[in-house]
Design a binder for this molecule. Structure first.
Ligand SMILES: Cc1cc2nc3c(=O)[nH]c(=O)nc-3n(C[C@H](O)[C@H](O)[C@H](O)COP(=O)(O)OP(=O)(O)OC[C@H]3O[C@@H](n4cnc5c(N)ncnc54)[C@H](O)[C@@H]3O)c2cc1C
Length: 504
């Protein structure tokens, strides 16, 4: 059986025509958050931390979490978007506090480093790669490389290690997390003007396995491959995370069967009784020194009006351009890569004993990014059926065109795409598959193409409007990862409260 679903693009597309009924009810509230993804939920947590409880969160979907949501079948939960959080940087105290609050960090050792709950770190075996007709340990191609390939891998990782620790004259890391803490060093920022592929060539790298590995990494975090992604973003993938919150250079990550929906569910508690789901916001403006927001209740099929002192737009800019006047011009610079996720329930997955089924299973030279094994983190290792989620990002130079083409295809087409790709490593996968759920995210994630991260469009989009409307979404960071979303929410609340302190 195959099911095809995705983010609610049909409801979203009503923003183009705005055929909503006139509001019939009004709510007055000091603070309004629009969007219940990680950015919006993090804003709710920050309001709570600052002792503010009079806020409301509106979300168009019937659940919170946005790109950090999950599905569930009778065998397992599984991610419908984000699926892991790398170990946080030691200097990111806000994130460490959050992980402590949620008992993901259990304490600190004698060196002052966090002790992570082992049940929430990837269990071994965590990663494997299907390369040259065999599975091997880790996702870096190793067995079967030429001597030249190996030398280039060593040189590449050495350069990335140097970028990881390097600081600019302003004493800030060249590459940091959140991105806004990175150095303003001009020569490094100039890397944002070229693609990662150009950087690779400029630095005399030629190895195909290395090229493919970097391409895989770029797609993993940005959706876009090495040809399209800015070199600054590409290097940030390797250098932004300092690997300094553990003693050994541990590459394990935090993950759960439902992926980062676990983190969203921790944050949800701050929005209890303060949330209206199934509410699509279709207009936001400043009027008489207040913000007036209009929302369509997709269950009752009525509209409401919310009058607020301050609003946080935790919604992406491709949506905001339809809600707020005069934003279309700079929104053109925001490009979003679509994604396809396919969750397969399989009766069996005949395996290789030396490198068994792992949490992350990558197939070299495949179209997609491989698959994660959802039940890997459950303690019960005897599984009646296995549930795996396959990831595919539609990396291209014309994402708008790609998106249009995606929506013309039916579930049979996608079923074949998924099977053809997985058959490289599992020739009999079709025979073993009992069920497949294909989930499409039309605007999956922001793409850091050259000149975007430090460009004017992003800067303009992040400016508040009349100190009333504030912005928080990962697309304003330029890369879409949990850490950025988490800080976007915190910063928006801090901006609002700092302004209030200055006003009084
Ligand atoms: C396929 C995929 C895999 C990913 N994997 C990872 C990963 O492994 N690790 C990681 O750290 N990150 C990953 N990410 C990035 C992920 O997007 C971020 O980590 C984070 O979840 C983004 O949160 P956000 O709040 O900024 O945005 P969103 O998740 O986009 O949240 C925006 C919210 O606003 C709502 N909304 C939009 N318009 C309206 C409207 N008009 N009215 C009301 N509500 C509205 C949406 O429904 C949504 O809930 C992945 C993303 C994708 C697409």
């Amino acid at each position: 059986m195959i099911r095809l679903s995705g983010t609610n693009h049909l409801l979203g597309h009503r923003l183009w025509i705005k055929d909503f009924p006139k509001p019939t009810a009004q709510i007055q509230i000091p603070y309004l958050i629009i969007g219940g993804g990680i950015s919006g939920l993090s804003a709710a947590r920050q309001f709570h931390k600052k002792g503010i409880s009079d806020f409301l969160l509106l979300e168009m979907a019937d659940h919170l979490g946005g790109n950090s949501s999950n599905g569930q079948n009778k065998y397992s939960k599984y991610p419908l978007g984000a699926h892991y959080l790398p170990l946080p940087n030691f200097e990111d105290k806000e994130l460490l506090h959050f992980l402590e609050e949620e008992k993901i960090i259990l304490g600190y050792n004698e060196k002052g480093l966090p002790v992570f709950d082992e049940l929430q770190l990837t269990f071994a075996p965590d990663e494997r790669l299907f390369y040259k007709n065999n599975w091997q340990d880790g996702v870096v191609p190793k067995e079967g490389n030429s001597v030249e390939d190996d030398k280039e891998f060593i040189r590449f990782f050495k350069e990335m290690d140097a970028f990881r620790t390097a600081k600019g004259v302003d004493l800030k890391y060249l590459f940091d997390l959140p991105i806004r803490l990175s150095s303003a060093d001009k020569s490094t920022r100039d890397l944002d003007k070229i693609t990662m592929k150009k950087w690779f060539e400029n630095n005399n790298f030629r190895s195909k396995p290395l090229f493919n590995y970097i391409d895989y990494c770029c797609k993993d975090d940005f959706g876009l491959g090495i040809e399209f992604v800015s070199a600054w973003a590409g290097i940030h993938y390797f250098a932004g995370r300092k690997q300094d919150s553990v003693t050994d250079k541990n590459e394990s990550v935090l993950t759960w069967p439902e992926g980062n929906a676990r983190l969203a569910s921790h944050l949800k508690k701050y929005t209890e009784k303060k949330t209206l789901k199934n509410h699509l916001v279709y207009e936001v403006k400043v009027e008489n020194n207040k913000v007036v927001a209009k929302a369509f209740d997709d269950v009752k099929k009525v509209s409401i009006e919310i009058i607020a002192e301050k609003v946080i737009m935790a919604t992406p800019q491709f949506v905001n351009q339809y809600l707020i006047k005069n934003r279309k011009e700079f929104t053109k610079a925001f490009h979003y890569t679509p994604w396809l996720l396919a969750t397969l329930t399989v009766n069996d997955l005949p395996d290789n004993f030396s490198f068994p089924l792992s949490w992350d299973n990558v197939i070299y030279d495949a179209k997609g990014l491989g698959y994660v094994y959802a039940q890997h983190q459950t303690l019960n290792q005897v599984q009646e059926k296995k549930v795996i989620t396959y990831y595919y990002s539609f990396s291209s130079g014309d994402l708008k065109k790609t998106r249009k083409e995606i929506y013309k295809k039916d579930k049979e087409y996608w079923k074949q795409v998924v099977f053809d790709d997985l058959k490289i490593a599992h020739p009999d996968i079709e025979e073993y598959t009992e069920e497949m759920e294909v989930f499409i995210l039309g605007h999956g994630m922001i793409s850091p193409v050259p000149d975007f991260i430090f460009g004017k469009a992003k800067e303009n989009a992040a400016k508040n409007i009349e100190n009333r409307i504030f912005f928080a979404h990962t697309d304003l960071s330029g890369i879409s990862i949990f850490e950025e979303a988490f800080h976007q929410g915190i910063n928006a609340v801090n901006q609002i409260l700092n302004d209030a302190a200055l006003d009084s």
